[in-house]
Design a protein around this ligand. Sequence first.
Ligand code: PMP
Length: 424
Amino acid sequence: KSLAERDAQLLWHPYTQHQTADPAIGITHGKGSYLFDENGKRYIDAISSWWTCPFGHRNKKVTKAISKQLQTLEHVLFGGFTHQPAVELAEVLTEILPDNQRKFFFSDNGSTAVEIALKAALQFYFNKVEIRPTIIAFEDAYHGDTFGAMGASSISIFSEAFQSMLIDVVRIPVPVKGQEEASEKALKEIIANKKAAAFIFEPLVQGAAGMVMYEPEILTRLIAICKNAGVFTIADEVMTGFCKTGTLFASSQLGVAPDMICLSKALTSGTIPLAVTSFTDEIYNGFLSPDKSKALFHGHTFTANPTGCAAALASIKQLRKKSTFKKVQKINGLHLAFAESLQHSKKVRNVRVKGVIIAIELAVPPQDYYSDLRNRLYRFFIENGVLLRPVGGTIYILPPFNIKQKDLEYVYLMVERALDKFVD
Ligand code: PMP
């Protein structure tokens, strides 16, 4: 039996029940921007496997660092113990994150990084005997699918069954062009009327919403408003982090640094699952009490797993290199030229570019997240050897930074063919 057939007997996949009735594709190996299936078919991974593999698959430096770490220490509990890769990674994070990020909590994935930030904000005020039960988030947000992160998320298919159990979240419009004032006004109103502990957002690009983009100036204003009101700001950089928006972090483009930052995905270049929540000293100090009764009672078995930390160190070393930014700039230039070529197409409602991300919104009626059109587009790309996962009526590309120009041009060509085939 094929991998796909054996899989179909036993395994659940994220969202695939919604996606298509097709069997999963059995992948045997990956190399650079390519994935290969069990029939020998090659796919260009044009979404970096959910935005996670900035150097494509099997990056030599990262896999080598993992093998080396496995020779000395694969895992140790982080309760009361520490080790070189964790300490070194924390030190490197102080160098690359905004200056106010001084303390770090390691966990396993984007959802847990967000969960920790939300809990820290809520408990910070609890420790001060000032109950602030509300979290502010953007409309159409996705921050993960553990309970807290799911509460902060608003894409309803993920959470409608659990509505009554979710944390108290109020939403403001995403400040895309023309919506900046409405967003600012809504934030001010909420702050005046609710006891808000934190505002969580994806800086500059809302990934799962379909790569919705907005400018750093308005986010800087929103953060400043929160700071004045003691509302902690949480930048969820799980998607935007590590060069995707053109700078190492999207937060680097802001005039005011957020209070907390969540990282995962590209942190280890798609090798060992790892996440970081970073904090200011102010927040960390809110958990110090002489009798330890106000500690953040949160921990994971795999917190600061040494192999994961070693992978992150090797990955960050490459992500910080000038040559990486050059690659990002090159892709950005190619995206801008492609966007320009689509600008006057009647089949395109909107096309936007930031860093290595391009989103093409088709001129079709509003679509559900996993609409029939979306599924047909997905299949069309797969048939043509390209991994793209459209969101509703939006196709986006977020390639590995080392994608070959001819492969990126092939992906553009497939997008053009899809426009011809699927949009009237
Ligand atoms: N935050 C954002 C912005 C994300 O895009 C995602 C995942 N797509 C998450 C959090 C959750 O990350 P994970 O799937 O690793 O739990």
